[in-house]
Design a protein around this ligand. Structure first.
Ligand code: HEC
Length: 129
């Protein structure tokens, strides 16, 4: 391989990576959970048995759902992740139950940008990053 084509290859690879920059669970997902979810999902004893507090949130999300026949998060597979269905209001179609999350009255769904962060984090394998 010539020096030029190697340089082109590296440039292309780094551009692709920049477009697809990894979503950080700690700095991008957890702050949404802290602001909009934790005040209900705080001990894991209530509300679907889901604890979204900092120390256990990711492990709780990787566990089985108590409402639906799929895990809350299946690394690499947003459509097989009940969390995504609860955020999009497709939980009934996914075989689950209950309300769209975050549960508020009147409803205040996550915006598209926030939803996309969850989907991209799951697509990337739901890393602990
Ligand atoms: C006002 C309280 C409240 C808020 C805020 C809230 N939830 Fe919930 N959540 C509940 C309750 C109650 C249930 C169980 C009943 C239902 O599903 O409607 C639940 C269930 C869930 C489930 C299903 C649990 C399972 O076992 O599959 C998920 C996932 C979930 N919530 C995620 C979230 C996320 C993520 C947020 C923030 C974006 C959030 N919730 C905000 C009250 C809340």
């Amino acid at each position: 391989m010539t020096r030029l084509s190697l340089a082109t290859l590296l440039l292309t690879a780094s551009t692709a990576m920049a477009d697809d920059a990894a979503v950080s669970f700690k700095t991008q997902i957890q702050p949404i959970l802290d602001a909009q979810c934790v005040f209900c999902h705080v001990t894991g004893a209530e509300n679907g048995g889901l604890n979204l507090g900092r120390r256990v949130a990711r492990a709780s999300l990787l566990a089985a759902s108590s409402e639906a026949p799929m895990p809350r998060v299946t690394p690499g597979a947003p459509e097989q992740s009940y969390l995504v269905h609860k955020l999009r209001d497709t939980q009934l179609k996914a075989g689950g139950s209950g309300n769209r999350m975050p549960m508020n009255d009147p409803p205040r769904p996550l915006d598209d940008g926030q939803l996309t962060l969850f989907v991209r984090w799951i697509e990337a394998g739901a890393p602990d990053n």
